[in-house]
Design a binder for this molecule. Structure first.
Ligand SMILES: C[S@@+](CC[C@H](N)C(=O)[O-])C[C@H]1O[C@@H](n2cnc3c(N)ncnc32)[C@H](O)[C@@H]1O
Length: 249
C-alpha cells in the first residue's frame, strides 16, 4: 500500500472492534444537521428502505418508526454482529441486518422504495437495479476539503491530493450515466471545534483523515497545530460534506 494512503479495510475492522462509529460524537455538523434526520422528513411510514454501509446500525435504527421495513447491510461482518446486538437491545422489530457488499446486492430488482448511504461507497448500477420505479436514493459523503487545516499541517490526508468537489462531480456524472433522474446536490463546509486535545487525538487515531497517524514527527506537528488553531470554542478545523439525492424515473 502507498504511504499516506488510507487502508479502509483496517479502519472499518478497528471501528467494529471499538463498537462502531455512532458513539464518537453527535453527527450534526452540517448545514442540514444529521443525515438521517434530513432523510426522515422525506418518509411517510410506508417505505421499504435499504441502508448501505450501515455499520453498527444505531443511526439507521433511528428511522425505524418512519418506515414500514428496513434492511441494513455492511461489508464488515463484525459490524453486522454489532448491529444485530444493538437491534435486540433497542427492541427494533422492522429492521434486519445482513453482511453484504454494495457492489453485489443480494436482492431482486425493484425491492426498495428508498436507499440511504452515509459515508460509504456507492455502486449506482446495483442501487438503481434494486430500487422500485420512482424509488429514491439519498447519500451524504465526505468532501476532499474536510479538515483541510489538519491535512495541510500534516502535509498528507484522506483525498488531500484531490480538488474539492471531485467525488461529487464524479458521482453526479456516474449517476446520470447509469440512468438516475432528478439529481440534486448541496454542499456544507462549516467550522468544527474539537473540545480538547484528547478529542482531537482520539479523532486522529480513529478516523481515516490523517493516514497512519502517530508516525515520525506527528506528535510535534499536532502540538504546533493545536497552538496555532486554539480559539475560544476549542481547536478549530472544518467539516465539509455533500448531500446528493436522486430518483429512479
Ligand atoms: C464510515 S462508516 C459509516 C457508517 C454509517 N453509515 C454511519 O454514518 O454512521 C462506513 C461503513 O461502510 C462499510 N462499507 C465500506 N464499503 C462497503 C461496501 N462495498 N459494501 C457495504 N458496506 C461497505 C464499512 O464496513 C463501514 O462500516
Amino acid at each position: 500500500m502507498e504511504i499516506g494512503k488510507v487502508n479502509y479495510k483496517n479502519i472499518y475492522k478497528e471501528a467494529a472492534n471499538r463498537g462502531g462509529w455512532s458513539d464518537r460524537k453527535p453527527d450534526n455538523t452540517t448545514k442540514w444537521g444529521d443525515f438521517y434526520n434530513a432523510v426522515r422528513k422525506e418518509l411517510h411510514g410506508t417505505e421499504v428502505l435499504l441502508d448501505i454501509g450501515t455499520a453498527e446500525g444505531n443511526r439507521f435504527m433511528g428511522l425505524s418508526k418512519y418506515i414500514k421495513k428496513g434492511v441494513g447491510i455492511d461489508l464488515e461482518p463484525d459490524m453486522i454482529k454489532l448491529a444485530k446486538r444493538n437491534k435486540q437491545k433497542a427492541g427494533v422489530k422492522n429492521i434486519i441486518f445482513k453482511s453484504m457488499d454494495a457492489d453485489c446486492l443480494d436482492f431482486p430488482a425493484g425491492t426498495f422504495d428508498v436507499i440511504t448511504i452515509k459515508h460509504s461507497p456507492i455502486n449506482f448500477k446495483e442501487s438503481l437495479r434494486v430500487l422500485k420505479p420512482g424509488g429514491r436514493l439519498f447519500t451524504q459523503q465526505v468532501c476532499e476539503d474536510d479538515k483541510l487545516n489538519l491535512k495541510k499541517a500534516f502535509n498528507r490526508g484522506q483525498d488531500f491530493d484531490k480538488k474539492a468537489g471531485t467525488l461529487l462531480e464524479r458521482y453526479k456524472k456516474e449517476a446520470k450515466q447509469i440512468g438516475f433522474k432528478n439529481i440534486k446536490s448541496k454542499v456544507s463546509n462549516i467550522p468544527e471545534y474539537f473540545k480538547s486535545k484528547k478529542n482531537l487525538f482520539d479523532f486522529l487515531n480513529e478516523a481515516p483523515t490523517i493516514p497512519e497517524f502517530g508516525k515520525a514527527n506527528d506528535s510535534e506537528i499536532l502540538e504546533k497545530f493545536i497552538k496555532n488553531n486554539r480559539v475560544e470554542k476549542g481547536i478549530k478545523s472544518n467539516t465539509s460534506r455533500f448531500f446528493l439525492e436522486m430518483s429512479k424515473e
